[in-house]
Ligand binder design. Structure first.
Ligand SMILES: [Zn+2]
Length: 91
């Protein structure tokens, strides 16, 4: 039964995409994997979501590359915004 588990399967299903992308918080991942260990049907869903992604997520150390990517994107947006606000013909 799922009664003794901390999370129900619906919640796990909602977290599944984030989990496969490795974007769950560390505490959420712990709860997620704990549920998977005790719930065969959710374990199957995780496998269906992508063996490769899950394996990658397990191999990658607990860093936050997504934040770095985000910072890079914002930096680029800033640059583009500055270029667009400049007069088209500076000479
Ligand atoms: Zn479950």
């Amino acid at each position: 039964m799922v009664g003794r588990l901390m999370m129900d399967c619906t919640k796990i299903e909602q977290m599944l995409p984030a989990y496969t992308l490795g974007s769950l918080a560390e505490s959420e991942t712990a709860v997620f994997t704990a549920h998977i260990d005790g719930c065969a049907s959710c374990a199957v869903k995780v496998r269906e979501a992508g063996d490769t992604l899950v394996n990658l997520a397990r191999m990658v150390p607990q860093k936050h590359p997504s934040k770095r990517v985000k910072d890079g994107i914002f930096a680029r947006i800033d640059q583009v915004g500055q270029q667009e606000t400049q007069p088209p013909r500076p000479w």
